[in-house]
Every structure is written in structure tokens, then in C-alpha cells.
Ligand binder design. Structure first.
Ligand code: S3P
Length: 437
């Protein structure tokens, strides 16, 4: 636990490079391990969650070198190059590690146990076990949660509709589909982040994606396909960029540039809402890196008006609600978030924790079963708040501290390193001030 005191800020200036994308870093490790040969990943995110995936793969016999903090080299041994872990695999606090590994391990010729820290052991796991069982997998949850026991089996192809729009579940099924005896088709009712599909295609896997009825159908046409190793440059994580981005919008007198940020449209729902709210954000130098769209973002302070967020947009900004809530406290009018009950099963119940902590700061916020309502603008007050050990809530509260009347004390900011190592240093380089509490 590391406590911090954040001081009111008089403006953010300058430019920052944001660490690599968490979702893409996980996938680069996992798909690199499945390829034949050596995959090099540049701008890898050495955050707690991705390190959990690296640790899990090492436990399964995969050789991973880290010539520098941000470069990893994975020696892939192909689809059948894993050996059983001698002990339960510790996924720490990472839901992505646990759910994607479940798919990968379902088709191995050995059994595995997946476990993790309390925060992870509270999260639902049947959502990934159910579709995998339809492919012949044997997965036992513990009252619907981890620890998970996976008895590897021969898998068969299937036609699946995912009840929960979840990139983690979709990706677990795609990894299992690589081992199945025939083709697999997945229908997702709303488009979720598609990094797995993009990377599989870049590695030479035959995969078709069709837009249907507002959702997407993905077919992995033949199974047991060999993956070609890659050199991958991971774009900056839009979900991390969201913190300095919102900070610059609401701290008066700010003007910042964020370099090389992934702007995959399945991830940038927050940009769309903020633009609709009147935010001053400019996108420069759009290009493609590692089969992903990337750009520079220029952000300046401005007045925001309230917005309504619901439906598919929720999926496209699923990790951004804690920081979006801070932006909404400064917007004119009533911002309403609905259709977002999924937030209740993230690292924390992010509807309950956001409402509790923002109320302490003096925000005008009302809890709803599937979201919240915030009426603004309100001058936030200094007080002591809790991150509940949730990295994104911790960083959102830090940003709240920059615009509050008096200093804001946060009980634990250390968890920010789960997804954004270097968060504090980057915020300081832009002009934020804080001290250990
Ligand atoms: C992720 C998918 C999302 C997201 C998580 C990372 C991924 O979860 O919230 O932070 O890398 O696939 P769901 O798939 O459960 O929505």
C-alpha cells in the first residue's frame, strides 16, 4: 500500500509517451508462445497484469527473455510446446491472464489449476467456462469463480453466441479454437476489442470477421493452424492515456500532447463521448503499427457539457468509467450512464466504488443498478479517499485531486502499476504535484 497526497494543479503542459497497451502486450506473449520460433515485442508493458501472463507462461515451460524493461523475446514452441506447471498457476490480479489462459489450456494434454489474489478470486469465471464446455472442454470453477481446475481434452469446433460482450471470453474461445478438430464461429452481440483477431491474422491464421446485426461474427476456419512468429511494436495504451487526457481537459490552462496512442475504434468510445461533450482533442499523424491504428493526441482545456452513455458505446469504453466519472463532475448538466452493469464485476464493483469515493469528494452522483448519474459542474473538495486496490480508480482519484479545492489523500496509489507503471512520473513531468502521505 502506498498512500499519496495530490495537490491542486494550475495547468498541465508538455508531451508524454504512454506505456504500451496492456491488452496487446498480453496477447503478444500468449500468441508468441504459440508460434514456432522467436517473437520480439517492443514497447511491451511491464505492468503487474502482463507480468502475471509472462510468469504463467514460464510455469508452462516457455522461455521468455527480457533484454530491457520494454522488450521481451518469447521462444514459441508451437501449439503443442507446453509442459504442465508443477504448481497452481498464479494469475495474481489479472482477469485477462486467467480467462485467456483458460482457453489456451483447455486443449492441452494435461491438467492445470489457475488461481490468484483475492481481488481476482471474486470475479466471475463461468462466463468463460460455459462456451469452452460447448467445445468439449472440462473446466471446474469454484462456485463460479477461481480457483479453476482445467482437465485438457480434445476440443471440437462449435458455433457460439457469447451472452456477455467480452473480449476476454472471445479471445479464450479463439485460443481454444486453434486446438479444435473443425472450424469455430463466434457471434458477439456488440463489437468488443479485436486485438486477438488482428494479431492472429498478422501471424498468418485464417480468420474471417463479418459485421452482422450490430455485432460481429468471427470464424476461425480451420484448426491446428501454425502461427508465424512476429516482431511487434505495441502502441501506447489508450486506456492509460485516458488519465492525462481527461486531466488536461479539466485542469484549467492545460495543453498537452500524447504520443503514439492506439486508437483502435473498439477502444476509443471515450474519445467519441468527450468530443460530443465539446472536448478540445485533436488527432494527428494517424498511421498503422502492428496491424493497429495509432496517432498523436493533442488536448486542451475547455468547457464540457453533459452526455448520455449507453448500449454498444459502453463496451467501447468499458475500462474508462472511473476517469469518465471525474470528467462528468466538471460537465454542465446531468450525465447519465446506463447499460453498464458489467462494471460491477471489474477489479472492483466500479459502480459502487466510483459512487462512494466521488461522494466523499463532494460530487453530485446517484447510483443506478446499471450505471450512475452525475450532475455538474461541481468544485470537488479535498478529503481522504480509497482506491480499493483498483488501479483505474486510483488514477481517476489522482486526477480528481488535481482539480479539487484542497489536497486529496489516496490510501493506495501503488496498484496503478497493474496497468500503468510510471503513471506518477508522467503526471509529474506534465506539471502535477504530489507527495507521499
Ligand atoms: C480486456 C477486456 C476487457 C477489459 C479488460 C481487458 C482484454 O474485459 O475490461 O481490462 O484484454 O481482453 P472484458 O472482456 O471482461 O470486457
Amino acid at each position: 500500500m502506498s498512500a499519496i497526497r495530490v495537490l491542486p494543479c494550475s495547468g498541465l503542459q508538455g508531451s508524454a509517451t504512454i506505456p504500451g497497451d496492456k491488452s496487446i502486450s498480453h496477447r503478444a506473449l500468449l500468441l508468441g508462445a504459440l508460434a514456432h520460433g522467436s517473437t520480439t515485442v517492443y514497447n511491451f508493458l511491464p505492468g503487474g497484469d502482463c507480468l502475471a501472463t509472462a510468469g504463467a507462461l514460464r510455469a508452462l515451460g516457455i522461455h521468455i527473455e527480457t533484454p530491457s524493461d520494454h522488450t521481451v523475446i518469447i521462444q514459441g514452441n508451437g501449439l503443442h510446446g507446453f509442459r504442465p506447471s508443477r504448481s497452481p498457476i498464479n494469475c495474481v490480479r489479472s482477469g485477462t491472464t486467467m480467462r485467456l489462459l483458460t482457453g489456451l489450456l483447455a486443449g492441452q494434454p494435461f491438467s492445470s489449476v489457475l488461481t490468484g489474489e483475492d481481488q481476482l478470486l471474486r470475479r466471475p469465471m463461468e462466463r468463460v467456462a460455459i462456451p469452452l464446455r460447448q467445445m468439449g472442454a472440462e473446466i471446474h470453477t469454484t462456485n463460479g469463480r477461481a480457483p479453476l481446475f482445467i482437465q485438457g481434452r480434445n476440443l471440437h469446433g462449435a458455433h457460439l453466441t457469447l451472452d456477455v460482450p467480452s473480449a476476454q471470453v472471445k479471445s479464450a474461445v479463439l485460443l481454444a479454437a486453434l486446438y479444435a478438430d473443425s472450424s469455430t464461429t463466434i457471434y458477439e452481440t456488440a463489437p468488443t476489442r479485436d486485438h486477438t483477431e488482428r494479431m492472429l491474422q498478422a501471424m498468418g491464421v485464417a480468420l474471417e470477421v463479418r459485421a452482422i446485426n450490430g455485432g460481429r461474427e468471427i470464424t476461425l476456419s480451420s484448426s491446428q493452424q501454425a502461427l508465424a512468429p512476429l516482431e511487434i511494436e505495441v502502441p501506447g495504451d489508450f486506456s492509460s492515456a485516458a488519465f492525462p487526457l481527461v486531466a488536461a481537459l479539466i485542469v484549467p490552462g492545460s495543453h498537452i500532447h500524447l504520443k503514439s496512442i492506439g486508437i483502435n475504434p473498439t477502444r476509443t468510445g471515450l474519445l467519441d463521448v468527450l468530443e460530443h461533450m465539446g472536448a478540445n482533442i485533436r488527432i494527428h499523424n494517424e498511421r498503422r503499427v502492428a496491424n493497429e491504428p495509432v496517432a498523436e493526441l493533442e488536448v486542451q482545456t475547455g468547457q464540457l457539457k453533459a452526455a448520455e452513455v449507453s448500449g454498444d458505446l459502453v463496451v467501447r469504453m468499458i475500462d474508462e468509467f472511473p476517469i469518465f466519472a471525474i470528467a462528468a463532475t466538471q460537465a454542465h448538466g446531468k450525465t447519465v450512464v446506463r447499460d453498464a452493469a458489467e462494471l460491477r464485476v471489474k477489479e472492483t464493483d466500479r459502480i459502487a466504488t466510483v459512487v462512494t469515493e466521488l461522494r466523499k469528494l463532494g460530487a453530485n452522483i446517484v447510483e443506478r443498478p446499471d450505471g450512475f448519474e452525475i450532475t455538474g459542474p461541481v468544485k470537488l473538495q479535498g478529503t481522504t479517499v480509497s482506491s480499493h486496490g483498483d488501479h483505474r480508480l486510483a488514477m481517476a482519484l489522482f486526477v480528481a485531486g488535481l482539480i479539487a479545492h484542497d489536497p486529496v489523500m489516496i490510501d493506495d496509489i501503488g496498484c496503478a502499476t497493474d496497468s500503468f507503471p510510471g503513471f506518477l512520473e508522467i503526471m509529474r513531468s506534465l506539471g502535477a504535484q504530489y507527495d507521499p502521505n
